[in-house]
Structure formats: structure tokens, C-alpha cells
Design a protein around this ligand. Structure first.
Ligand code: 4AD
Ligand code: MG
Length: 447
């Protein structure tokens, strides 16, 4: 009738393509004398039909979800518009169970809820305890796939700009972003930390390698549970030599746009983004730029209060809630610049036109808020020593960082981007936890 056999001679040298597929049962349906099995291999699904004796001699009950099996048969092309993935169907003439999954109370479909309901904390904790199994559902797999494409996009984008990849250590003896979020550990009897950022090490690479980047884990002991904080996250960081602040800002927005374009150029990633975030639009350059002091005025004008419930004033941190209000209302990427020195890290260079503020930038995205933090770095030796002092840092463990200011200092700057937060924005996820293979946050270190 309307079915026809695939005539792809290149694959078989014959008229009909006979193939063998291995995978796990995604779903089984009995229809008339036929058994339809959706066999999943990674993210790919093949519709297989068992007919005649094959359908009779084997009970469909052993074909429960997640049973792994091998099916051999002829690949048929179906007319467009069927439910079969890629309009293909494997007409089996042989199959073999490789490892049967259990049925009953222990059945996959009984044990593993299908929804990644992250909006209720109880449901999400239960689901995350089963993360090793929920990963087999469509959405987690799709998110991980996009994440893989996105990471590849960063490598491509940096290579295009001749930025060299390095791999700084995770075990360190210096803090970068303040003492309150340090994970400490005993390192053969010496105090050490899990790194909060690879920035200081990237800076040391500039004289030998020029512009550098890394994609490494950063660790923060965040003692609060939010939709966008993890204890372990993937940090894309870059450091650029001999640049003014304006060039740093231009670079950050072009990297974001290039990475989005490269990701959308992958047809599977593009389809996934369309499915989970149908309204997604590639941001257009230039991003909106707003000085911190103007953001404070904006928040006051909108009557959005600070964490103490008062009007925002210069010097206040713009907390997560206020930041979300801003990004949701403005609804496009914002580069917030020139934060006061008092609320930023010790290493930030002051602005030449206003000593109260730093040459710093946060990139804010609708739906998530800050995804990038960056700045120009103090490059004068004595200014850096004064900065340690102001921050109450012992300069001794920083000797290697200080040395950079002795041997050929340079105006330089860089930034860090939270990969999970970028994914939240791209796929319109509820939380960064969904963007991790196995999320780590306060109270969770398993599976
Ligand atoms: O703003 P942060 O703390 O900046 C730095 O660490 C700089 N030393 C980076 C640099 O200049 N090389 O962190 C940078 C980004 C944030 O904008 C956010 O996207 C992400 O890292 N981030 C987190 N993501 C998930 N969970 C956390 N606890 C995060 N803390 C920061
Ligand atoms: Mg920050």
C-alpha cells in the first residue's frame, strides 16, 4: 500500500536496507497482531514493528520500559506525517533481549515520575534523588545535549578570536570572591580551598600566551537556596590583555551572540530551544548599557525597594529580587557597569572619571538576571597592595598574583560567565539545577 521499502543502495549494496539496532525500550504498544516498540539509543528513537510469529512467541510484558534489546530487520520509509520518528520504521525479523528491566513495583515507569517539577521543592528533591534515572527522560537529556553544543560553541568562538584555552587548578590557597563562600579543606596539613574562580590564574597567563580562557568548575559555599545558585558550577572565564574597558564590554556581548548563533546553527539544539523556549530571540547588539548609578535611579523611580525594604541608595547591592524585576521589565540583555568599589571584589580597577566606582560589568538576562561578572583589574603594584589591605587579605599567599604587577603590568580585564545560568536563559528553565548533570547545592551532594 502506502509503505515502501527504503531503496538506499549506498548503505547495503542491495535494494533493501537490513539493519541491526540496539537500545532500550522507550514505549510499547500492541495494535492488532503487531507490537510497536520505540527503541531508544541515546536521544535517537527507532520505531520497530514486530509482526507475525515475533509478535506471538514473545510476550509484550518482557518488553517493559528500559529493557535493553537488539532488533534486526528491514528499514522502511513511511510517508510523511506518521508518528514514527523521522518517518522510519524497522520491520523486525529477529530480536533478542539483552537485559530485561523489572516490571511491577520496581518498574521504571512506577519508580520514576515523568515530570521535572522543579517549582515544588519537595517534588524536585524526590526527582533529584532519582536524577540518575530521570536523566533518561526527554527534557533532561535535551538540556544536556544543548549544554554540550553550547560548550563546543564557546571553544569555537574563542578559537575564532585566537584566545587560548588553559586549565587552571581547582585546589588553591587564595580567595577571589570573598571569604564567605569559600569551601575550605585540609591539604596535607595546609589550609586550602576549592577555587571560586580561575581569574587570578588566567591573569598570570597573559604575558606568555596572550588572551586566554578556561571552562572549569568553580565552587561557592552559597548558604542559601535560590533558583540560580549552585555550590559547584561551570565557569567560562576569559582574560584579555592590553585592552580598555569599552573593548571588554564589546568582547563580552559579541562572545554571547556568537555562542548563541553557533548553538542555533546546530539543527538538533535549535529544535530543542524552539521546543522549550518558543519565544527565544537572538539578542541584538549592542546590548543596553546602564551605569550602576542609573540603575539605582531606575529602581527608585519604579519604587522597587532594597533588601531592607528601603529605597535603593548609592552603595547598595542590587539583590536578586530587584535585579529580576529590572530584567523582566526591560526584557532585554543589560550590561550594568561601574559598580561602587565597596560592593565589588578587591582586584577591580577604579574608573578614571569617578574614583568611587570600578570598571566593572554584570550582564543581566531576562528570566535569570546576572549571567556574567567582569571587570578591568588593578594593574599597579602599590594599588594592589593597598587593595589587599582594604579587604583584610594577607598578601603572602598572593605573591604570585602580585608578581604580575612587577614584571610588565598592563591594562587588562576579563569576566566569568555561569554556564548553567546561560542555559536557564536559553531554554527558559526554572532553575540552574535543571542545567546540571548532577546539581550540587546546599544540602545536596548526591547522586
Ligand atoms: O560574578 P562572579 O562572582 O565573578 C567572578 O567570579 C569573577 N572572578 C569572574 C572573572 O572575572 N573571571 O561570578 C561570575 C559568574 C556570575 O555572573 C554567575 O553567572 C556565575 O559566575 N556564578 C554562579 N553560578 C551558579 N551558582 C553560583 N553560586 C554562582 N556564583 C557565580
Ligand atoms: Mg557577580
Amino acid at each position: 500500500g502506502t509503505l515502501r521499502k527504503s531503496g538506499d543502495k549506498e548503505h547495503t549494496g542491495e535494494g533493501v536496507k537490513r539493519i541491526k539496532v540496539q537500545g532500550r525500550v522507550q514505549r510499547v504498544a500492541k495494535q492488532g497482531g503487531l507490537i510497536f516498540v520505540w527503541l531508544r539509543r541515546g536521544m535517537a528513537i527507532m520505531q520497530c514493528v514486530l509482526a507475525g510469529d515475533l509478535a506471538k512467541t514473545y510476550d509484550a510484558l518482557v518488553l517493559v520500559r528500559e529493557t535493553s534489546m537488539e532488533i534486526v530487520g528491514e528499514l522502511w520509509e513511511l510517508p510523511a506525517g506518521t508518528h514514527a520518528p523521522l518517518n522510519r520504521e524497522l520491520h523486525a525479523d529477529f530480536f533478542r533481549i539483552i537485559a530485561a528491566a523489572p516490571g511491577g513495583d520496581d518498574a521504571f515507569v512506577t519508580r520514576v515520575p515523568n515530570d521535572f517539577d522543579t517549582t515544588s521543592s519537595q517534588a524536585s528533591e524526590a526527582l533529584l534523588n532519582l536524577r540518575h534515572l530521570t536523566l533518561r527522560h526527554d527534557k533532561p537529556a535535551a538540556v544536556m545535549f544543548v549544554r554540550s553544543v553550547l560548550e563546543g560553541a564557546f571553544h569555537t568562538a574563542y578559537r575564532e578570536l585566537a584566545v587560548t584555552k588553559v586549565s587552571p587548578p581547582a585546589l588553591v590557597q587564595t580567595q577571589v570572591e570573598g571569604g564567605s563562600t569559600l569551601f575550605s579543606l585540609d591539604y596535607y596539613g595546609e589550609p586550602a580551598y576549592l577555587t571560586q574562580s580561575s581569574q587570578l590564574y588566567l591573569e598570570t597567563c597573559l604575558p606568555s600566551l596572550g588572551d586566554v580562557y578556561c571552562v572549569e568548575k568553580s565552587f561557592r559555599a552559597e548558604k542559601s537556596l535560590t533558583r540560580r545558585h549552585l555550590s559547584e558550577y561551570t565557569h567560562v572565564e576569559a582574560e584579555l590583555d592590553f585592552i580598555p574597558f569599552e573593548s571588554l564590554l564589546d568582547h563580552i556581548e559579541s562572545i554571547i551572540c556568537r555562542v548563541v548563533d553557533l548553538t542555533l546553527a546546530d539543527p538538533i539544539a535549535a529544535k530543542i530551544i524552539k521546543e522549550y523556549n518558543p519565544d527565544f530571540e537572538r539578542p541584538s547588539q549592542p546590548f543596553m548599557r546602564m551605569r550602576y548609578s542609573d540603575a539605582i535611579d531606575w529602581l527608585r523611580a519604579k519604587d522597587i525597594k532594597n533588601e531592607e525594604g528601603n529605597d535603593h541608595t548609592f552603595g547598595d547591592d542590587i539583590a536578586e529580587a530587584a535585579e529580576r524585576r529590572m530584567t523582566d521589565e526591560i526584557n532585554r540583555p543589560i550590561m550594568l557597569t561601574h559598580f561602587p568599589a565597596g560592593i565589588k571584589a578587591f582586584y577591580m580597577q577604579r574608573a578614571s572619571d569617578d574614583d568611587r566606582v570600578t570598571e566593572s560589568v554584570d550582564v543581566l538576562m531576562p528570566g535569570v538576571g546576572e549571567i556574567v561578572g567582569g571587570s578591568m583589574r588593578i594593574w599597579d603594584h602599590d594599588q594592589l597592595l593597598a587593595a589587599y589591605k582594604r579587604e583584610g587579605l594577607d598578601p603572602a599567599p598572593y605573591y604570585w598574583y602580585t608578581d604580575q604587577r612587577k614584571y610588565g603590568g598592563s591594562p587588562h580585564g576579563g569576566y566569568g560567565l555561569g554556564l548553567e545560568r546561560l542555559i536557564v536563559w536559553l531554554l527558559k528553565l526554572w532553575t540552574v539545577r535543571e542545567a546540571c548533570l548532577y546539581p550540587r547545592y546546599m544540602g545536596r551532594c548526591r547522586p
